[in-house]
Design a binder for this molecule. Structure first.
Ligand code: ADP
Ligand code: MG
Length: 604
């Protein structure tokens, strides 16, 4: 009747099962300790109900559970476990030692197993509750052992299992010790906020918005993170349904929908949401590790979560930001990005006049009535240089394709006449766009995007385009343990990009130096995002993205500067390096409006 499946695939999954057993035994405190990512040892000690001598031996038999009495019990499971598989599966692939004393019993039991077979069984003196020690996981299944990741990765996954248990049970005090140092200790006072505080630290907890009281059938409670602590992935979305940590498409969708336009594309909300729901309307028996569940009424669950989150955001004063549309290249080609329309020209013309008084024919730049009309001819951005060298050759005048004969540094104030590259910087428009003229076209260059691309190219080439800036005082940042592990596991990347980081203890990082001109206040968000990109070593494209991100954050100085020399320098680089004309995210860096297109716009 039960969807049996493989429950032990790595140390973290064994730990999860052992923690669940402690919960089911009614423990109020549990301590988990691992060595070498849990591969050499996992020890879990609880102060729960314990077992008598007979049950202790039975507990390791397949399908032996004390949690179901009839088949009907399966319809409304309240315990974490119910399949009676975990201990059998764990013991089958390791060396196990069990010490347990039933509450109120005079003596305890000690039991030793190797590869599932009992090797010793005796009476023992021990405290009430249960201790299980699992050593040499997968010692008899070398194939399985091969799939284990580095100790650090396994340890991070195990820590995450402890975090999930802690968040699902604020009334349980959870301690996690990793190779001798304690990295987690929750108070177990029943207050979810205190629990979150001990897991994620002050900065994080301070930015949480509480969910209000609900009196509906589906009770949603807990916290969502305000946009400033959003993440670059969904790893910090914790959903607990009937106190069970689960992943669910429905819940994620409801949360993210509630945030609507309040987050930029590529940012994900964080949350710790408890969903109280009758056990009869969920099915926890659809996944071997019970980490996914099915709701009988998905719509009702979606609505309840959506409304609760939306309400919390409103009370927290989080308004949807201006909707930032995701960048979607149509058919692989770079689309027109913000095509210029006739009214845009009019606005520009007015803005440049000494007296910007609106006239009937030319509305003021900030007039709400100056809505752009559909353009007669859109300005076409350059095709991506890498995409088609052929097409680039057609659109770029030969004098631009050739690199400048003399470097820009030598000519601080070049004019159209004496510039050997055949381009002239007209100036800057709308604080951020360079206007450049060539014999047959007008170019508009996005300063920030250009600088970002420039830094990215150099980073990729293994250069260090910016210096590492030593901070006056180290900036202390709270990160989660998996985030810390991801960063410390990528020391080469961290060093190359100009960071200097020191771990200070559980969840705490000291930043001693940062690349370029990155603002200190941006460091927490940036490092957590880098961590989520660097986490998965098997995906090199995420590394690329991490480079992009550092380039983007560091690309402020030139992008902000309106110093003529800096602008000339940047314009020169873009005009002379076709490869620079798209930012690393694929957006155009430069738009080109030809003389022919101008003529057409003016009806010539
Ligand atoms: P399940 O949790 O699905 O019942 P397990 O294999 O995890 O299956 O555990 C088998 C049985 O061993 C449980 O039903 C419970 O009776 C007993 N048991 C396991 N761990 C503990 C513990 N920490 N304290 C008390 N009893 C336990
Ligand atoms: Mg169990």
């Amino acid at each position: 009747m039960i969807a049996a499946g493989e429950v032990v695939e790595r140390p973290a999954s064994a730990l999860k099962e052992l923690l669940e057993n402690a919960v089911d035994a009614g423990a109020t405190a549990v301590t988990a300790e691992i060595k070498r990512g849990g591969i050499s040892m996992i020890r879990v000690t609880d102060n729960g109900a314990g077992m008598d001598a007979a049950d202790a031996a039975r507990a390791f038999m397949r399908h032996a559970t004390s949690k179901l009495r009839t088949a009907e019990d399966l319809q409304s499971v309240l315990t974490m476990g119910f399949r009676g598989e975990a201990l059998a599966a764990i013991a089958g692939v390791s060396r196990v030692e069990l010490l347990t004393r039933k509450r109120g019993a005079a003596a305890g039991t000690s039991l030793t197993l190797e590869a599932g077979a009992v090797t010793a069984h005796s009476e023992a003196g021990c405290p009430e509750g249960t201790t299980i020690i699992v050593r040499d996981l997968f010692f008899n299944t070398p194939a399985r052992q091969k799939f284990l990741k580095k100790d650090n990765t396994e340890a991070a996954a195990a820590q995450e299992a402890a975090v999930r248990t802690a968040l699902s049970r604020p009334e349980l005090s959870v301690r996690f010790i990793r190779d001798g140092s304690q990295t987690l200790h929750t108070p177990g006072d029943g207050d979810l906020k205190n629990c979150l505080y001990s897991v994620f630290g002050r900065d994080f907890t301070g930015a949480l918005l509480p969910l209000g009281e609900t009196h509906e059938q589906i009770r949603v409670s807990g916290f969502i993170g305000s946009p400033q602590i959003s993440r670059g992935s969904r790893t910090m979305q914790y959903f607990l349904v009937a106190k069970r940590p689960v992943r669910s498409r429905i819940l994620t969708a409801a949360l993210e929908e509630a945030f609507g336009g309040a987050l930029m594309t590529g940012r994900f909300p964080v949350c710790c949401l408890h969903i109280g729901i009758a056990p009869e309307v969920i099915d926890v028996n659809v996944h071997p590790a019970k980490s996914e569940i099915k709701f009988s009424d998905e719509r009702a669950v979606f609505d309840a979560v959506y409304r609760a989150c939306k309400d919390a955001l409103r009370r927290g004063g989080v308004a949807p930001a201006v909707q930032i549309r995701p960048y979607t290249p149509a058919g692989g080609r770079v689309p027109v990005y913000g095509a210029l329309s006739p009214s845009v020209y009019t606005q520009t013309a007015v803005a440049n006049q000494q007296s910007p008084a609106p006239t009937a024919s030319a509305p003021a730049a900030d007039s709400p009535h100056a809505a752009p009309q559909p353009p007669a001819t859109p300005v076409s951005p350059l095709p991506p240089a890498a995409d088609s060298a052929q097409r680039a050759a057609e659109t770029i005048p030969p004098q631009i394709r050739e690199p400048a004969a003399s470097s820009q540094e030598e000519t601080a104030n070049p004019t159209a006449q004496d510039n050997p590259a055949g381009w002239r910087l007209i100036g800057e428009a709308m604080s951020g766009y360079l206007l450049v003229e060539t014999p047959d076209a007008l170019w508009i260059i996005d300063k920030h995007a250009a600088h970002e691309r420039l830094l990215y190219n150099r980073l990729k080439a293994g250069e260090r385009p910016f210096f590492s800036q030593q901070l006056i005082a180290p900036k202390i940042i709270a990160l989660t343990q998996p985030e810390l592990d991801a960063l410390t596991g990528e020391s080469a990347f961290i060093e190359e990009t100009g960071f200097e980081l020191d771990t200070m203890g559980p969840g705490t990082l000291a930043v001693r130096a940062a690349p370029g001109e990155i603002d200190e206040s941006e460091l927490p968000a940036l490092l957590s995002e880098l961590a989520s990109l660097l986490r998965d070593k098997r995906r090199p494209e995420l590394r690329e993205e991490a480079l992009c991100l550092v380039a983007c954050k560091a690309a402020v100085k030139l992008g902000r500067s309106s110093n003529r020399e800096d602008m000339e320098h940047l314009a020169g680089l873009v005009m002379e390096t076709p490869d620079l004309r798209h930012c690393p995210h694929g957006r155009p860096v430069a738009l080109r409006l030809t003389r022919g297109e101008l003529y057409k716009q003016f009806g010539r």
